[in-house]
Design a protein around this ligand. Structure first.
Ligand code: F0G
Length: 421
């Protein structure tokens, strides 16, 4: 695999993070002509019956499509072994005949970041790194901390000192990371990290091309579970836009390898208060950063690093980018909960966005739609508790029963209600 600048195409050394010529982000180029798609498809399927860690991982199972790393020294927690669930209430809510959730929150640390981190930390450890660093709204931090600890690398995370989920910070501390709270927001934290020398400290934000290689495998995991049947639409939340770039790359490679016969259309959904990419997509031009504001704290990002890569991927699939407000995200999140699944607020942008795209006629009611859930429900329980303590549309208040008689009456009431439903 060759490492090239994703903007000017110049080759880059394997340990570089940005292009020495133009400062652009780097990307690996897979030689798809050297791989037989049919042989690969059979090989990855056969690995599902293996008990070897590298075969059970939904990332390393596709190792022929990843950068060359020593497969006997990978840092894995069996990431990306994740389900595709039918969206029942969710489909109805969006106005779709059917839809499914690709739940990347079912990863070892509860978010999609693990798929990228297993590759980025494996690379860092095999390169002899002592310290790994990232800027984060919480999930990258937790994921990096877990993988770095297992690799014997010290994790150092930069997070905004206010306005991120406490559960994520607690998780990050638990895995042994040093947590540095800064006065600024995620964008300020990432700007600080980007100024560091990558030969001194392993930078594992999604500007790191190894992260993208790991995350692209989620496209394969989803397609494989559908026996390589391509959905019409693939809807995901967008923040820093690494994940959009990764999925786009995964779909392109699957297509080039003959594993799929067309590309799904990618729809990126941003929170209205953190939607510079949606604005750029609608009006063209360069990225104009914003001061981000949203209660979906994971995607509270105003200057997305991977916007150029993401824009090429979205355009290449005839996709779209929209934004939805926080109240809509909150309701959509509660609906996903009622499907018995749940997710964190940022993830619910997918369902909220799908609903808006069905309403505008962009997505048809009978289209085959996959909604990406990027983080687990337990990532932000404070948000859920607050939602249910209010009067929002799907709020579900705590009921108090003071006596056995009251409990008994309540059971009858609920049974009658369900019978009539
Ligand atoms: N969903 C969740 C749950 C996230 O944590 C993030 C990003 C996104 C969506 C957006 O993904 O940045 O690739 O477009 N979280 C980062 C973090 C920024 O630090 O955990 P993206």
């Amino acid at each position: 695999m060759k490492l090239l600048c994703s903007d000017c195409g110049q080759p880059a050394p394997a340990d570089a993070l940005f292009c020495a010529h133009c400062g652009g982000l780097l990307a690996f180029e897979l030689d798809t002509a050297a791989i037989d798609g049919a042989v690969l498809r059979a090989l990855v399927r056969s690995r599902r019956t293996s008990n070897a860690h590298r075969d059970r991982s939904g990332v390393w199972r596709y190792r022929e499509l990843l950068p060359a790393l020593d497969p006997d020294r990978i840092v894995t927690l069996r990431e990306n072994d994740v389900p595709l669930y039918a969206a029942i209430d969710g489909a109805r809510y969006a106005g779709l005949d059917g839809a499914s959730y690709l739940h990347l929150g079912m990863n070892p640390t509860g978010s999609f970041k693990d798929a990228g981190m297993t590759v980025a930390v494996t690379h860092a450890a095999q390169s002899g790194a002592r310290v790994a660093i990232c800027a984060s709204t919480g999930n990258t931090a937790a994921s990096m901390a877990a993988y770095a600890s297992r690799a014997g690398v010290q994790a150092l995370v930069l997070v905004p000192s206010t306005g991120i989920s406490e559960s994520k910070v607690a998780q990050t501390l638990d895995y042994g990371a040093v947590v540095l709270g800064i006065e600024g927001d995620f964008d300020a934290a990432l700007a600080m990290v980007r100024r560091l020398d990558p030969r001194r400290v392993a930078i594992v934000n999604s500007v790191n091309p190894y992260r993208i290689e790991g995350q692209k495998t989620a496209a394969f995991v989803m397609l494989e579970q559908r026996d390589w049947k391509v959905p019409d639409w693939f809807v995901l939340p967008g923040g820093n836009l690494g994940n959009t770039s990764a999925f786009g790359k995964g779909f392109r490679e699957a297509y080039a390898l003959g594993l799929i016969d067309r590309l799904p259309r990618i729809a990126v959904v941003q929170a209205a208060g953190a939607a510079p990419f949606a604005r750029l997509f609608a009006s063209g031009g360069e990225m104009v950063p914003v001061k981000a504001q949203t209660t979906a704290t994971a995607i509270k990002i105003g200057a997305p690093a991977s916007w150029k890569k993401a824009l090429r991927e979205v355009r290449g699939t005839n996709g779209t980018v929209i934004s939805v407000d926080d109240a809509t995200i909150a309701d959509a999140r509660a609906v996903i909960g009622r499907d018995g699944i749940g997710c964190e607020p940022a993830s619910a942008a997918s369902l909220a966005g799908a609903k808006a795209l069905v309403a505008s006629g962009t997505i048809g009611a009978s289209d085959d739609v996959v909604l990406v859930l990027t983080g687990h429900m337990l990532k932000d329980t404070a948000y859920a508790a607050e939602y249910h303590s209010g009067s929002a549309r799907f709020a579900n208040a705590i009921v108090h029963a003071r006596s056995p008689g009251e409990l008994s009456a309540r059971i009858d009431e609920l049974a009658t209600a369900r019978a009539g439903a």
